[in-house]
Design a protein around this ligand. Structure first.
Ligand code: HEM
Length: 431
């Protein structure tokens, strides 16, 4: 665990004393790289995140040149400013920066290949690409898919063992969002396993450490996935239709996106939906850890909407939200210079006491306020309504079918990735 070795002359007081703007916050000598990959931290990051947030809302890692944000207000300002964006080519010396082209041509080429898609570009390209799908992902449109979500949920529920311990993640939380997203994109069930493997391989690219082997696997997966989507759209999509695949093909035909952009965006939309498994796993784990709240929710289902927001706040599935500096950005007392990388730490922001009363309390009836679980600003998760409905339908269906949902062993958190927080297993018993 990182130690607080505060450098002489630096004080957290500087953050609140109105000290003149500068680009380097006080140095608390936190070994960020070690911290963010430490299995103890990844199992329970909150005590350390709270401690670091109390030292200051913005930290700087001199080893990597990365800024870390731990405060809701500053996160929100950063998410909405036009001075910071998600295009990592602006990150000086970053993976796909011009500077890295000569130093690490392989990594440069790979990230450059993934670049043209909504999550990796800034305005106006971002608006152009996101605009193709935005309306279809609004809550009112996604509500039309509730029967589909329910249907997939019912199919899985039938096979859950009763009065016997089993792993909730492999039996329910992993397959449900995956099946929903394949249905939304009209992909046949026989592709289930192959697409699951492609998504798993691609998901490592969001991590802060990517091994050469993972990069190679991701590149292969991207190629295979895109080739498949290309053939699938060519044979199934209709230019005038309203399904997700029709929107993609129409955008391409009308020149809103080129083919490369269209394929990358469809792959991202299908892969992104995997994140919902963290809401199902982290959410159920949190309910099991708070039996009084679980009971309250079971007996007052009208609380389901606020309960889902609280699960997302309290145990968020995305841990790191990056932004690269387009221009100098005043972040509280600190100026983050153009060309810098800044990472918002969701676990710290969602428990920021300046923003949330009693942030350490899990309260399914808490009046929801926006938090950082889905990011913010122009890039806020496009799939948030789909994720929320999936959570609502899943938890309601589980509670409708089973009188008792109990913990049947210790859950195991992912300790091999820093960008997302989820469970590799959650043993439970139903009766
Ligand atoms: C609980 C589930 C989910 C969580 C926690 C989550 C979280 C996030 C976060 C943190 C971002 C980055 C936002 C930012 O940079 O400010 C994001 C973006 C995105 N997510 Fe999700 N997500 C979830 C579900 C989904 C689903 C179901 C889909 C697919 C439909 C999806 C597709 C995307 C896409 C395409 C983006 C990029 C949006 C853009 O750049 O405009 N996500 N998500």
């Amino acid at each position: 665990m990182a130690k607080d070795k505060r450098a002489p002359g630096n004080s957290s007081q500087d953050f609140v004393s109105g000290a003149p703007s500068r680009s380097i916050p006080p140095n608390f000598e936190i070994d960020w790289w070690t911290l963010l990959t430490d299995p103890d931290f990844l199992t329970n990051p909150y005590p350390e995140l709270n401690r670091i947030r109390e030292l200051g809302p913005v930290h700087y890692d001199p080893t990597t040149g990365i800024y870390f944000i731990l405060n809701y207000r500053l996160f929100s300002e950063m998410a909405t400013t036009t001075q910071m964006g998600r295009d990592t080519t602006f990150w000086r010396n970053g993976w796909n920066s011009p500077e890295n082209r000569l130093r690490d041509p392989e990594t440069y080429a790979m990230f450059t290949e993934f670049q043209p898609q909504m999550i990796n570009v800034n305005a106006p390209d971002h608006r152009r690409m996101r605009g193709v799908f935005e309306k279809a992902f609004r809550p009112a449109s996604i509500a039309n898919y509730i029967p589909l979500i329910q249907d997939e949920c019912d199919k899985l529920i039938k096979f859950l063992p009763v009065n016997k311990s089993f792993d909730f993640m492999s039996a329910f939380a992993n397959p449900l969002p995956h099946r929903i997203s394949l249905k939304l994109f009209d992909i046949p069930e026989e592709m289930d396993e192959q697409i699951s493997k492609w998504i798993a391989a691609l998901s490592w690219l969001g991590n802060i450490i990517v091994s050469p082997e993972q990069k190679r696997d991701a590149q292969k997966a991207q190629k295979g996935f895109k080739e498949y989507i290309h053939g699938h759209l060519a044979s199934h999509a209709r230019e005038s239709g309203t399904r997700f695949i029709d929107l993609a093909i129409a955008a391409c035909k009308h020149g809103t996106m080129n083919e490369e952009e269209m394929l990358n965006n469809v792959v991202m939309l299908i892969s992104g939906s995997r994140t919902s498994l963290t809401l199902l796993g982290n959410g159920l784990f949190t309910l099991l850890k708070h039996p009084d709240q679980f009971k309250l929710l079971r007996e007052n289902r009208e609380l389901m909407r606020t309960a889902i927001e609280e699960m997302l706040r309290y145990e968020p599935g995305s841990s790191l939200i990056p932004r690269a500096g387009i221009a100098d950005f005043q972040c509280g007392e600190i100026v983050i210079p153009a060309g810098s990388m800044a990472i918002s730490l969701v676990g710290a922001i969602n428990r920021d006491p300046e923003r949330f009363d009693n942030p350490e309390v899990f309260d399914v009836a808490r009046q929801p306020k926006p938090n950082s679980a889905f990011g913010g600003g122009a890039h806020i998760c496009i799939g948030k309504a789909l994720a929320r409905y999936t959570g609502q339908v899943a938890f309601n269906t589980l509670m409708d079918h089973f009188e008792k949902i109990e913990c049947a062993g210790d859950p195991v958190w992912w300790t091999d990735r820093s960008d997302q927080r989820g469970l590799s297993s959650l043993p439970i018993q139903l009766s």
